[in-house]
Design a protein. Structure first.
Length: 444
């Protein structure tokens, strides 16, 4: 806001990672401020045109343009612009190449005395003369972010890497880091503050509430340090022509399920998650059917289901296993490969491989819809381990939903993408099942 009103001839750019974030989060706080100014003036002082350009309707601002840009299609949408300043919001989810392009857009120069803006057509001699007399304000890029040491590793390195610090000093570039604590936000109610404090503990609390660059702390480490918000979180689109894949973790009373599909280039795309803190088996299955009926009602293909191998054990009282009951209620028989002492590390390694593997369209081979909040939090550090006395990794879970949803995903990955699964199935696919009478006729 300081740049907008102090230098009314200077153009700027405000960027978010997707259009929804731009409209519903990034611009929300700006509108509150601008709407208050409009009330003070007795009339609107700004407008946003059809090209997503913000313009201040006050004298002196006639030539000023503030470009509102979404980065969900990559950095191509911000190329070709010249601005004096930029704001990048939620930078932990921004790919580093988009940040590089945004930085390169800071080409407009502004006279600190007259406020005049100079573009690419300004003679170089004029710019050099102004620089020599210290008449130009420095170009500025403001970054707001959750200090995610993994998802925003490039940003952490930008601030703290010794080589980058030395390079900034050589170029005379100034970087200032301001740590803002969530609980200091004057707009948060006491109820909301209490909710945040109960939600985050340990390392996650330091990151989410105190603005500390830490996700690996107190001797624990994350399983998936290749997870990157900008690479792996997407706005997934359900395709009713493709097989719907279920990953099932039975739990004891807190079961979990993921819903996924495969992309055209073999990516595993997680569409939705379901975790229940307290549900018996039949309620769990009925809730899954509800989700399928509501979220994926037009499935025209088939289903695959993969599960915890413990689900094959028959109940002593009923004589039926979890797999039997699921098959009876849905018509889908979940598949599993036999459990072995090394199956958990193998599954985790296969998930890591998909996180780091790149398909032909340059996207990662494991993609997660941004609505899968718990699964994403697990990848960001909620699902961690400590080393015990034998130096073997042992899960250290602060919230049980992290482990159950990660297990649901792991059952899908190890059954679909491991050599063991191919060998057990003999390269056949009897587990892919068409819609059945039970599922088609289901309704409550």
């Amino acid at each position: 806001m300081d740049m907008i009103f102090k230098y009314p001839q200077a153009d700027g750019m405000i960027c978010a990672n997707n259009i929804s974030q731009l409209k519903n989060a990034t611009l929300k706080s700006m509108r509150m401020f601008l709407d208050e100014l409009s009330r003070q003036h007795g009339q609107p002082i700004y407008k946003i045109d059809q090209h997503n350009t913000l313009q201040i309707l006050l004298s002196g601002h006639e030539s000023q343009k503030i470009h509102l840009k979404s980065l969900d299609k990559g950095a191509g949408d911000i190329e070709g612009f010249e601005v004096a300043w930029a704001w990048l919001d939620e930078a932990e989810a921004t790919p580093p190449d988009s940040f590089d392009v945004l930085t390169d857009r800071l080409r407009q120069k502004v006279n600190r005395h007259t406020g005049e803006a100079y573009g690419a057509l300004t003679p170089l001699e004029t710019i050099k003369k102004l620089e020599k007399s210290n008449s130009l304000i420095p170009n500025q890029i403001k970054i707001t972010t959750t200090p995610d040491k993994l998802g925003a590793k490039w940003l952490y390195d930008l601030i703290y890497d010794a080589d980058k610090i030395q390079r900034r000093e050589e170029l005379g570039v100034k970087l200032t880091e301001i740590k803002a604590k969530t609980l200091d936000n004057p707009y948060l109610t006491e109820q909301k503050k209490a909710e945040y404090q109960s939600k985050y503990t340990g390392s996650l609390a330091k990151q989410q509430l105190e603005g500390e660059w830490t996700i690996v702390a107190d001797g624990d480490a994350v399983y998936f340090n290749d997870f990157h918000n900008g690479f792996h979180i997407i706005d997934a689109v359900y395709d009713p022509r493709k097989t719907l894949i279920l990953g099932l973790d039975w739990g004891s009373v807190n079961p979990a399920c993921i819903f996924a599909q495969e992309g055209e280039l073999g990516q595993l795309i997680v569409l939705a998650e379901y975790y229940d803190q307290r549900a018996i088996l039949k309620d769990f299955i009925n809730n899954i059917l509800d989700i399928i009926a509501y979220r994926f009602p037009e499935n025209l293909s088939s289903f695959e289901a993969y599960c915890d191998p413990a689900g094959r054990v028959a109940n002593e009282q009923t004589g039926e296993s979890n797999i039997d009951v699921f098959h009876q209620m849905t018509g889908i028989k979940p598949y599993h490969i036999p459990s072995t002492p090394g199956s958990v590390p193998l599954g985790i390694q296969l998930v890591r491989e998909r996180l780091s593997s790149i398909a032909k369209d340059q996207r990662r081979k494991l993609l997660i819809d941004r609505g899968c909040k718990i699964l994403i939090e697990g990848f960001q550090g909620g699902y961690r381990y400590v080393k015990n006395v034998t130096s073997l990794p042992v899960p250290k879970i602060e919230r049980s939903e992290y482990i159950h949803l990660q297990d649901s995903l792991r059952y899908v990955v190890i059954n679909k993408y491991s050599r063991t699964s191919d060998q057990v199935r003999g390269h056949k696919k009897p587990w892919k099942q068409k819609k059945t009478h039970n599922l088609l006729q289901y309704g409550r």
